[in-house]
Design a binder for this molecule. Structure first.
Ligand code: NAD
Ligand code: ZN
Length: 345
């Protein structure tokens, strides 16, 4: 089969590799119908994730069709169409018992990281029964593939960890796919105002169609006054950080009001200062987390009912043999206005 293979920092190729095989009885093999590229894939390609080694097939998002099942798999059969979660989990360890699948003692985030991923014609999925979700009839691949990672990430690590309640004013720092997912789902808990923050005007315009009621360009000198004017001068109830750099984490801690919550979603690659000397008095909570995808079944119901429309993230479309162009388009998102690139077989 063909797959997108990582060959060390700044090297990747779409090349012929051996087909995946069932290794454990709980595995299945999925023929990938639709996949996409994540910001983390770009981080891997820069060499920021040293646990990814030369020869690894990238990708942890996808929708596909089961072509083979291991001997212990009962609930899934050949021909089932499934959503692949970025997190695979054994379903029976102490963290899985708490629905904290990202910390599964036997899996977690491993596909496209420690084992081969979904940017390939076929992929092996471990612990398939507890890691795959059957695709409800009528749901498009383009909507479903957003449930592999971005939608549960924005909801679980942004909105839910941020403890958004009815009436809250929520600000999301960073209006990329993950920040936009938080905006799309903050309304589920009754946020009264959802303020998108970014440096990119195009992303701020897009944010209005993903649930943001207001937007602030943090590149402008008066951005903080502008934001405070939207919040009766006190700051926001919930500040969601969805960029992953020290500056934006600092911004989130500055705009949150006393008693509020900062929910950090961004993946930080460098040391970040926590100004406890200023924050100790604010009565705030700071949360962190890696998506568990435990809310995927709930989100799927809302998508199936048309209450959430994640297919809106699909901005560009490619076939597998043009995956290098898909990477090029996605990596120049500021110029190409890409949100999520859809890659199909
Ligand atoms: P992205 O790069 O597409 O979007 C980031 C946005 O932040 C861009 O629109 C960019 O213009 C904006 N930005 C950059 N610098 C800024 C600044 N100084 N001020 C304001 N805005 C700024 O990223 P994404 O795919 O949306 O992911 C967001 C973050 O979430 C990343 O760090 C990613 O690694 C992380 N993530 C976390 C989890 C998790 O489980 N915690 C899962 C997936 C992704
Ligand atoms: Zn587990």
């Amino acid at each position: 089969m063909k797959a997108l293979v990582y060959h060390g920092p700044n090297h990747k190729s779409w090349e012929e590799v051996p087909d995946p095989k069932i290794v454990n009885p709980t595995d299945v093999i999925v023929q990938v119908d639709t996949t996409t590229i994540c910001g983390s894939d770009l981080h891997i390609l820069k060499g920021d994730v040293p646990t990814v080694t030369d020869g690894r097939i990238l990708g942890h998002e996808g929708v596909g069709t089961i072509t083979e099942v291991g001997s212990a798999v009962g609930k899934l059969v050949v021909g089932d169409r499934v959503i692949i979660s970025c997190i695979t989990s054994c379903g029976s360890c102490s963290y899985c018992d708490q629905q904290l699948f990202s910390h599964c003692l036997n899996n977690g985030w491993i596909i496209g990281h420690l084992i081969d991923g979904t940017q390939a014609e076929y992929v092996r999925i471990p612990f398939a029964e507890s890691s795959l979700h059957k695709l409800p009839a009528g749901l498009s691949d383009e909507a479903a593939v957003m449930l592999s990672d971005i939608l549960p990430t924005g909801f679980e690590i942004g909105v839910r960890n941020g403890r958004v309640k009815p009436g809250d004013v929520v600000a999301v720092v960073g209006s990329g796919p993950v920040g936009l997912s938080a905006m799309m789902t903050a309304g589920l808990y009754g946020a009264s105002r959802i303020i998108a923050i970014d440096l990119d005007e195009n992303r701020l315009t897009q944010a209005r169609t993903f649930g943001a009621t207001d937007s602030v360009n943090s590149g402008s000198a008066g951005w903080m006054d502008e934001l405070m004017a939207m919040t009766d001068g006190l700051g926001v109830d919930v500040a969601i950080e969805a960029v992953g750099i020290p500056q934006t984490f600092g911004m989130a801690t500055e705009i949150v009001r006393p008693g509020g919550t900062v929910a950090n979603v961004g993946v930080h690659g460098t040391s970040v200062e926590l100004k406890l000397q200023d924050l100790w008095i604010k009565d705030i909570a700071i949360t962190t987390g890696l998506v568990s995808t435990s809310t995927t079944p709930m989100l799927l119901k809302l998508v199936a009912q048309g209450k959430l429309t994640p297919e809106k993230f699909a901005s560009h479309r490619f076939t597998f043999d043009a995956i290098m162009d898909a990477y090029d388009t996605f990596s120049r998102a500021a110029e190409t206005k890409a949100l999520k690139v859809i890659i199909t077989r």
